[in-house]
Ligand binder design. Structure first.
Ligand SMILES: COc1ccc2nc(C(=O)O)sc2c1
Length: 247
């Protein structure tokens, strides 16, 4: 997968050199480039914004600068791969694990990080008509950030970890919260067996794999029912077996 990020704060994306995403980049599993939007400005002040038509507070990012940048990035393509142009914004579809799974299936993501009051609306309108480009406005939650960079970091991490080979043990993707099982994950423990008077649940040291699996499933169901009953409601009817229904 190739991901291009356009931003006026490239250093905001520095964490993408670290940990699993950084390793995926170095191993070639992920081709990721961060671009400074100001590289496509034409004036000596490298201006990317202007006052909003209709008045109001703040500034709006100029369509001409974004057009030059997106044309250049989209054209830099080995085989005319279709691209998803992600525009982080508070009015976008809220990112879920399902969205991340969809995006992980794309060949290219281009993420346009807005600042100020946002990007001139004509940019998304224009690229939505571009053959081979799908435009999606995306939000990471019902709160407002100061720009798209943090959302870009979240999307990239959520997507990159789903790419084959990025996470060491793909089985862990099944039982994690919001994973394939569709439940919140069970509580985890490690040594020492007792810590400050808190013992590890005995079943986990029993060596009985069947009982351990049942205990973990029960705890995941309990947690999900208590904290996110909406997730239970979304489960496919056949996702729960008779043994689950007694929880
Ligand atoms: C101007 O760019 C912004 C501003 C707020 C904002 N809020 C987001 C969110 O995901 O909540 S993405 C985003 C981008």
């Amino acid at each position: 997968m190739r991901i291009d990020v356009l931003t006026i704060f490239p250093d905001y994306l520095a964490p993408l050199d670290l940990s699993l995403v950084g390793k995926a980049r170095r191993s070639g599993l992920l081709d990721l480039a961060v671009h400074d939007l100001r590289d496509w400005t034409a004036d000596r002040h490298r201006t990317v914004d202007d006052t909003p038509f209709g008045g109001g507070a703040g500034m709006v990012m100029r369509p001409d600068v974004w057009g030059e940048a997106l044309d250049a990035v989209l054209a830099d393509d080995d085989a005319g791969q279709p691209a998803v142009l992600l525009v982080p914004g508070p009015g976008g579809e809220v990112l879920t694990q399902r969205t991340a799974e969809e995006l992980a299936g794309a060949r290219r993501l281009v993420i346009a990080c807005g600042r100020y009051e946002g990007i001139d609306a004509r940019v998304a309108e224009h690229y939505a008509t571009r053959p081979g480009v799908e435009v999606r406005e995306i939000s990471i939650g019902d709160y407002v950030l100061n720009g798209g960079e943090v959302a870009a970091l979240v999307v990239i991490e959520a997507v990159a970890r789903l790419l084959p080979g990025v996470v060491g043990n793909p089985e862990s993707l099944v039982e994690e919260s919001h994973g394939a099982a569709g439940l919140l994950e069970y509580p985890v423990y490690t040594k020492p067996p007792e810590w400050r008077g808190h013992a590890v649940p005995e079943v986990l040291t029993s060596g009985h794999h069947g009982k351990v699996a049942r205990w973990r499933r029960d705890r995941a169901l309990e947690r999900t029912a208590a904290r996110r009953p909406d997730l239970l409601a979304r489960l496919a009817p056949d996702a729960l077996d008779p043994a689950d229904r007694r929880v």
